[in-house]
Design a protein around this ligand. Structure first.
Ligand SMILES: [Zn+2]
Length: 396
C-alpha cells in the first residue's frame, strides 16, 4: 500500500467498526459497507495552496484521497469545465446556471473519477482481475482504467446498455458480458461470476469503498471554480447514488478543513419510470423500496434497487436538498434544449438533471438569485441515437 499521510483506513457505515484497508472490503463484524476515513487535523490544505497547483486532474486533491498521486492509475480525469449558461438562468429565473461538464473526462463520463481511485486500490491490493455490473458508463470506465493498470476487467452490462459502452469495453480489451434484460439481471450474473472466481476484485458501486470516494473530487473542483462561493443547489442525475454520497462527504470535508462555511442543497434527479429515491423521500422513509417494473430511456438511471439508498437519502437530508422525477419525454426535451441553447451535449440521463431543475423552478424552489449547478454526468454523443430519435418523435 502507498497510502496518503492522513488516510486512516476504512470504517463500517453500519456499525462503526474500523478495518485495515489492506484486508477487507466488507465489515468483518456485520458485513456492512466501508468508507475511507482521514485524520483531518493532519491535512494542511488551504485556498492559496490549492490555487498554486495546476488544474490538471482530480489527483491535485490527493491529500483527501487514500492513495498518493505517484501511484495513481490515472489518465488525467477530473478538472472538467464549469460552463456558465446565462440563457438557462433566465429561463429558470435564477441568478446563475452552470453546467459541470463531466463529458470531458477520458471515457466521457463522471465514472472515470471513481474508476481511477478504485482501480488504483485494486492494483495496490495485488488484484489481477476486476469485475463489476454496470448500467454502461461505469463498465466502460473500469475497462479503460484496468487496461492502463494491466488488469483484466470483467464487465456485466444489460443488453439495453448503449452501443458505445459495450463497444468500448471490448476496445479496451475487457471481458464484455452482455446480459439479457435490465440492470438487476446484469447484477445477478455478476454475482454468479464473482462467486465462481475468488480472485476477482469487485468494483461494484459501494462494494468498493473507492468509487464514491473518487466522486468527491467533483465538489472540490466546483468550490474552487466558483472562487469559494458554494452553489445554492446541485442537481445530480441519480442511479446507484455514488455521486451524491461522494458530494455530501466532500462538503463535510471542506467544512472540516475550514475551506467553506456553507453547504449546497443536493438534489437527486431521477426518471419517473424508476425513481426509488424520490419515492422514499416523499414517503419519509430512510430506505428505498425496489421498483417492480423500472422503465426509462435513461439507462444510467434505471437502477430499481439502489443498495446504498439510506446513504443517498442521508446526503439529501443533511444538505436540505431534495429529489425530483420527470418523465422521459421531458428529460429528452431538456437535453435537446440545452444542446440548442448552450452548445453543450448532455447524456440523456443528465437531461433528467436539467428537466428536474425546471421542475423545481416551477414548484417555486428558487427565489431568484440562486446559483444552480447541473451536473452533466456523460457525453451526449454516447447516446446520440436516443436524442435524435426524440427529435424524430417530434417530427423534426
Ligand atoms: Zn459493521
Amino acid at each position: 500500500m502507498n497510502p496518503t499521510a492522513a488516510f486512516d483506513g476504512l470504517e463500517c457505515v453500519d456499525c462503526g467498526a474500523t478495518v485495515d484497508a489492506a484486508e477487507s472490503h466488507q465489515c468483518p463484524a456485520c458485513g456492512g459497507a466501508l468508507d475511507p476515513t482521514y485524520e483531518y487535523d493532519a491535512i494542511d490544505l488551504d485556498r492559496e495552496r490549492l490555487a498554486s497547483r495546476p488544474f490538471d486532474s482530480q489527483w491535485r486533491y490527493a491529500e483527501l484521497l487514500p492513495f498518493a498521486r505517484e501511484s495513481a492509475v490515472t489518465t488525467a480525469e477530473g478538472a472538467t469545465p464549469l460552463v456558465d449558461c446565462p440563457d438557462l438562468a433566465d429561463e429558470l429565473g435564477v441568478g446563475r446556471v452552470l453546467i459541470k461538464d463531466e463529458a470531458r473526462n477520458p471515457t466521457g463520463s463522471v465514472t472515470d473519477r471513481g474508476a481511477s481511485v478504485a482501480v488504483t486500490a485494486a492494483l495496490e491490493d495485488g488484484a489481477t482481475d476486476v469485475a463489476l455490473p454496470s448500467t454502461g458508463n461505469g463498465g466502460q470506465a473500469a475497462a479503460a482504467y484496468a487496461a492502463r493498470a494491466g488488469l483484466e476487467a470483467h464487465a456485466y452490462l444489460p443488453s439495453r446498455s448503449g452501443f458505445t459502452n459495450k463497444a468500448m469495453v471490448n476496445v479496451h480489451g475487457g471481458d464484455m458480458n452482455v446480459v439479457g434484460g435490465r440492470f438487476d439481471d446484469a447484477a445477478a450474473a455478476f454475482e454468479e461470476g464473482l462467486a465462481e472466481h475468488d480472485d476477482w476484485y469487485s468494483l461494484r458501486s459501494f462494494d468498493t469503498p473507492y468509487r464514491h470516494e473518487g466522486a468527491k473530487t467533483l465538489f472540490y473542483e466546483l468550490a474552487e471554480q466558483l472562487e469559494w462561493a458554494v452553489p445554492d443547489a446541485i442537481c445530480y442525475p441519480t442511479g446507484t447514488g455514488t455521486g451524491l454520497v461522494g458530494l455530501a462527504k466532500a462538503t463535510r470535508e471542506f467544512r472540516e478543513l475550514g475551506l467553506i462555511d456553507e453547504t449546497p442543497a443536493l438534489y437527486a434527479a431521477q426518471a419517473s419510470g424508476c425513481a426509488p429515491i424520490v419515492d422514499a423521500l416523499e414517503d419519509g422513509r430512510d430506505e428505498h423500496e425496489p421498483v417492480d417494473h423500472p422503465d426509462t430511456i435513461c439507462g444510467e438511471l434505471e437502477v430499481p434497487d439502489p443498495t446504498a439508498s439510506a446513504r443517498v437519502l442521508e446526503a439529501i437530508r443533511e444538505t436540505d436538498g431534495g429529489a425530483v422525477a420527470t418523465d422521459d419525454p421531458d428529460i429528452l426535451e431538456a437535453a435537446v434544449r440545452v444542446a440548442q441553447t448552450t452548445g453543450l451535449e448532455l447524456i440523456p440521463s443528465a437531461g433528467a438533471a436539467a428537466s428536474g431543475a425546471w421542475e423545481l423552478a416551477e414548484r417555486g424552489a428558487f427565489d431568484g438569485d440562486e446559483t444552480v449547478v447541473i451536473v452533466n454526468t456523460g457525453s451526449g454523443n454516447k447516446e446520440a441515437d436516443v436524442l435524435r430519435s426524440h427529435l424524430m418523435s417530434q417530427g423534426v
